[in-house]
Design a protein around this ligand. Sequence first.
Ligand SMILES: *Cc1c(COP(=O)(O)O)cnc(C)c1O
Length: 393
Amino acid sequence: MNQYIEETKKGLVHTYNRFPVVLERGEGVYLYDTDGKKYLDFAAGIAVCGLGYGNQELNEALKAQIDCLTHTSNLYYNTTCGRAATALRRITGMDRVFFTNSGTEAIEGALKAARKYAWKKGTGRYEFIAMEHSFHGRSMGAVSVTGSEAYRTPFEPLISGVKFAEFNNLDSVKAQVTDKTCGIILEALQGEGGINRASKEFMEGIRKLCDQEGILMICDEIQCGMGRTGEMFAWQSYGTRPDIMAMAKAIGSGLPVGAFAMTEEVAEYSLEPGDHGTTYGGNPLACAAVAKTVEIFEREDIVAHVREIGAYLKERLKELAAESDQVLECRGIGLIQGIKVKKPVGEIINRALERGLLIISARDNVIRLLPPLIIEKEQIDEMIEKLKWAFNQ
Ligand SMILES: *Cc1c(COP(=O)(O)O)cnc(C)c1O
């Protein structure tokens, strides 16, 4: 195990303080390290592995695609890209999709699409309003709209024309609107920001504001999307369709793939040949993963499972909160839940790791629970027991 750790430490730019485990294989909702120690996974590779590990149907589809063709570039058509787009259009209700390799690139594309729309319409609009405590990724455009100074400051000057408003405070957003505003970007449920759900009034208010002022509503569904809240995408529970949305993480079940999608109305005035591109984006392998992931989600009705099991998780967390003096608040929905704790969250996470439970943190001393969406009741019980142990150390 040490050999892998040493080699990684020596060779990689030190941007992550990693936990001292080397994960080697996975099965269902469990991961195993190189010593054979078993971990119950409540992180899912940061909300990526919705179907857990070792899904044979998915693996067979990927293996078959590898044997067929993995890459072609976007200069030619391939056999999986259209199918993946059709699948995403069906579950998002959006009209047109652009595939990327990551979440941050999906955000870059969404921002460019919004700027191009304003440019083509000749409105002179270019400003974005983003939310405090939001997280949209690490590339320059995505960092520019990320509501955390620590992530932005070392990289300034960033893209110009970005203003921040308070999440769930419509007046605060309205105060930032000018005749130059081209887009409002937000997560219906902030993940990194500490598991904060948008209120119904806020989402509806943003939609209305955008319609009144001619602003595009951009939803970042990278973390809260793809079934995790008990809807395919979190905005769907509000009935407030965005004009542009970004996806990634769970849509490829572990293959690096993201996408941004838009309505036909936006597409008509937005990106055209030559405006945007990607060498890998939408390659046959990534799109095979997206198409198969959506197929399994729909056939197995993963969303219904998340609603049912998410309610059980919530119930167990409430019990835990009632009996533990460590818990300040439980918040979240479905299988994206946060537990705000008194003790430094890092200590609890380390104790949980010892006990064979993988959990991660979010802002504000929040433990973030993001299990694979296929989790069952017994495994939630197992998590609660391990977490109680970690609390009491
Ligand atoms: C993870 C995340 C991103 C960035 O995605 P990457 O694939 O890491 O670039 C953007 N927005 C949200 C809400 C995320 O959770």
